[in-house]
Ligand binder design. Structure first.
Ligand SMILES: Nc1nc2c(c(=O)[nH]1)N[C@H]1C(S)=C(S)[C@@H](COP(=O)(O)OP(=O)(O)OC[C@H]3O[C@@H](n4cnc5c(=O)[nH]c(N)nc54)[C@H](O)[C@@H]3O)O[C@H]1N2
Ligand SMILES: Nc1nc2c(c(=O)[nH]1)N[C@H]1C(S)=C(S)[C@@H](COP(=O)(O)OP(=O)(O)OC[C@H]3O[C@@H](n4cnc5c(=O)[nH]c(N)nc54)[C@H](O)[C@@H]3O)O[C@H]1N2
Ligand code: SF4
Ligand SMILES: [Mo]
Length: 717
């Protein structure tokens, strides 16, 4: 017997804020969650929680939360409640008018970060837009994972998989541009990652390559680097491996194509070039490479800090090359690719479609669907075929998350129709015509569909809502399906399944259930009586079920899309990126200050800053090295003006040798002026007004925005 939404008692559920997806117990009394407790019976998180899970309780019962549909009645941010019927009726009519006048390609959407944790959200969200004829979608790819996605496309032959380190058995972990003790690890679902990292530290080590001595770097071993310096360190490590014959030739012969071409290229770079640009001594680079090769199970893992730089794609490809060349791929403790619970064991990666389409603005090759983030404003503002006139923003806040926030705001205000699905009035949707309220994750059923493939200790967890949706909030899927129905379309799920909707509205969990039952752990519709279905999960495993003791490392190999099943160390793109590196060679010590990002333990992207628990200790500051501060007569705790070619902000300064000389950092997600009372009070700025929406400032192969390594001038304010 499962407990029903809103019933008194402890509801097993899970947190849907980051990949860790920790098990939670929601204590419900009189229809309200009164406390959030760690779930010690969750098979993998075993009681791990961070402050944000409780913060979500404050969000759920926040007085500033939107609980009725809102219609814009005046200036940005001025709204009045309307009925669902009026809101959806007007949206359907106006959407129909836009499509009639400008065609389906004038309709688009941004679906942001939280959607990565709610069931099939990207799928039906994009299905909805495609059904209306839309051909442009936006999400966080180009500010988060773009370089990793293109590296996967090149190295594995398809963009759909993120490799991850098999951390319970890793002996040496090199982390490039990630801060797991704050982020709780990204692109890998491992709620107790810190325990694993501590154990790795006792084996051969955890080396954190980062321009800041981060929380993670402090606990383990830090290798400072200037923003954008990674590609040089990686070339140096590969040079060492080649010069000192530290590779695994048999492994390479079996699994890698194009190794000799890469080796020739690497040999063409001199140690002088490497050392000058990496700003790290040759001895140290050699030491890191030797340790990597000598370790029984090593992994090079890159995250956000190696995705928004000038040569991030090449850096990610070179990390793969180091893993592959030393035999640290598809092996216990090394880099692996997993299988999702919603595909069969032999499930294949999607094939590459890179460059088959280009963006209208910036002419950037499309990697895996989404359009370059930096182009959103111009896709709205620049007239022409395919110009966006109607936009849905769902689970996102692009005015703060995307580059050139001011321009994005201007673009939003110019739309014919702007519909937001959110539970706050944010910096983005204050320009909307309608805000449609949605539940928080404690008010919805979900299954951990998207990330089950990236868990070293894989599990599946289905949960019902702990409490029913608050106020008039409604699930995103139902909102899309209702609008579609009013316009005479099938619901997005039926559309995605090639049906016309005549059999009635498709249920999200019917598809989920079918995929799970056919999947690697599924009951195969009765053929495997011990296997899983949604019903089995619901009845037997309310705390989730660990499906394998460890992710099978062999899954890695059938996720390679090249027909020969081998990875590539050399492609046309690798060749042209090296040529570009030769030409552009980022000058790292030209006296300029470079700005990079930082995440706060007490903070979540552009939101959750209205929760006391979360923001209590959060203080957005510009971190600056003492030498750089002295040269500019800037005082600790004082205010400074930070200016880029694109814009300027006014910030509080924190002088610290935590950052490498020549760089400064500032967290993103601040500068609030939505309808949130506490968040608006925080003394912070939107750092992304410094980032540029000019394609010249994106990585050309991905269209990734340069959010790290922005050249800035800092002066006393
Ligand atoms: N300078 C700089 N910029 C960055 C980054 C950086 O490191 N530096 N990081 C980038 C990264 S990695 C990412 S992922 C993006 C994130 O940027 P976005 O994709 O914009 O996501 P969030 O900032 O998390 O905003 C989430 C929004 O969704 C709403 N929301 C929360 N839960 C739900 C839900 O269940 N349903 C609905 N409908 N709405 C919900 C919240 O109220 C909030 O308005 O920011 C990027 N921007
Ligand atoms: N508490 C908290 N947790 C979060 C989030 C949050 O906002 N708050 N956001 C979630 C999201 S959306 C994501 S995508 C993940 C991100 O997860 P992570 O990538 O682990 O988190 P970040 O703190 O962004 O780490 C990026 C690191 O890259 C470094 N860096 C910047 N530029 C460079 C460079 O050029 N080279 C190198 N080597 N390093 C560089 C930064 O100093 C920073 O330490 O975190 C998730 N978890
Ligand atoms: S680490 Fe924190 S934010 Fe991430 S899932 Fe666990 S409780 Fe939620
Ligand atoms: Mo992200």
């Amino acid at each position: 017997m499962t407990i029903k939404p809103g019933e008194d008692g402890l509801h097993p559920t899970y947190c849907r804020l980051c990949e860790a997806q920790c098990g939670v117990l929601a204590d419900v009394k009189d229809g309200k969650i009164i406390n959030i407790l760690p779930d010690r019976d969750h098979p993998v998180s075993k009681g791990h929680l961070c402050v944000k899970a409780k913060g979500m309780l404050e969000v759920t019962y926040d007085d500033d939360r939107v609980l009725t549909p809102l219609k814009r009645t005046g200036k940005p941010g001025e709204f009045e409640p309307v009925s669902w019927d009026d809101a959806l009726g007007d949206i359907a009519t106006r959407l129909g008018d836009v499509i009639e006048q400008h065609g389906g390609t004038s309709v688009s959407s941004y679906i942001g970060n939280p959607a990565a944790f709610s069931t099939m959200h990207y799928g039906y969200g994009y299905g909805f837009i495609r059904m209306l004829g839309g051909d442009k979608f936006f999400n966080a790819q180009h500010v988060d994972t773009g370089a990793r996605t293109l590296a996967s496309d090149q190295v594995f032959g398809g963009p759909g998989r993120f490799p991850f380190p098999d951390i319970p058995d890793t002996h040496l972990l090199m982390i490039f541009g990630g801060n797991p003790l704050v982020s709780h690890m990204s692109l890998i679902s491992s709620p107790r990652a810190r325990n694993h990292l501590d154990a790795i530290h006792k084996r051969d080590g955890v080396v954190v390559v980062d321009p800041r001595r981060t929380e993670t770097a402090r606990r383990y071993e830090h290798q400072p680097i200037k923003p954008d310096g990674d590609v040089w360190l990686l070339i140096g490590m590969l040079k060492t491996l080649l010069e000192e014959s530290l590779m695994q030739p048999e492994f390479i012969a079996e699994h890698v194509v194009g190794w000799d071409e890469l080796a020739t290229e690497i040999a063409g770079w001199s140690w002088d070039q490497v050392v000058e640009n990496a700003d790290i001594a040759e001895d140290r680079i050699r030491e890191l490479a030797r340790r990597f090769a000598a370790s029984d199970a090593a992994a090079c893992y890159g995250r956000v800090g190696t995705n928004r730089g000038r040569f991030s794609t090449l850096s990610n490809i070179l990390m793969d090359a180091i893993n592959l060349g030393t035999g640290n791929f598809g092996k216990r403790g090394a880099m692996i690719i997993g299988v999702s619970a919603f595909e069969p064991a032999e499930g294949r990666n999607m094939p590459s479609s890179y460059g088959k389409r280009h963006s209208r603005f910036g002419n950037i090759p499309i990697i895996a669907g989404p359009h370059p983030g930096g182009s959103l404003a111009d896709e709205i503002l620049v007239p022409g075929d395919g110009q966006i006139h109607a936009l849905f923003v769902d689970s996102g806040n692009p005015v703060i998350s995307y580059p050139d926030g001011d321009k994005t705001a201007r673009a939003f205000e110019s739309l014919d129709l702007f519909v937001s699905l959110d539970f706050y009035v944010t910096e983005s949707n204050r320009y909307a015509d309608y805000i449609l309220p949605t539940p928080t994750f404690y008010e919805r059923a979900d299954i951990n569909d998207m990330w089950s493939a990236n868990a070293p200790e894989p599990w599946v967890h289905y949960v019902d809502a702990a409490v029913p949706p608050m106020g008039q909030s409604r699930l995103e899927y139902d909102i899309y399906a209702d609008i579609a129905e009013r316009m005479g379309y099938p619901d997005p799920i039926s559309f995605l399944m090639g049906k016309d909707g005549s059999e009635g509205r498709g249920d999200l969990f019917d598809i989920v259930d079918a995929n799970l039952r056919r999947g690697v752990y599924g009951d195969q519709f009765g053929e495997n009586p011990d296997g899983l279905s949604v019903e089995v999960l619901r009845e037997r495993y309310p705390h989730g079920v660990q499906t394998l003791e460890r992710m099978d490392t062999n899954f890695t190999w059938n996720k390679i899309s090249y027909p020969d099943g081998r990875a590539r160390a050399w492609t046309d793109l690798v060749e042209s990126e090296f040529a570009r590196l030769r030409k552009e060679k980022v000058k790292l010590d030209s006296g300029e200050l470079r700005l990079f990002g930082r995440r706060l333990l007490h903070g979540m992207n552009s939101w959750m800053h209205n929760s006391d628990k979360v923001i209590r200790n959060a203080r957005p500051t510009l971190q600056m090295h003492p030498i750089d501060a002295e040269a500019r007569q800037i005082e600790d705790g004082g205010r400074a003006k930070v200016a880029s070619r694109n814009g300027q902000i006014n910030v509080i300064v924190e002088i610290t040798d935590e950052v490498v000389e020549g760089s400064v950092n500032y967290p993103h997600g601040f500068g609030h002026d939505g309808n949130w009372r506490k968040a608006n009070e925080i003394d912070g700025a939107n750092v992304n007004v410094l980032a540029s929406s000019d394609p010249a400032d994106w990585e050309p192969v991905t269209g990734n925005c340069h959010l790290d390594g922005i050249v800035v001038e800092v002066s006393p304010a």
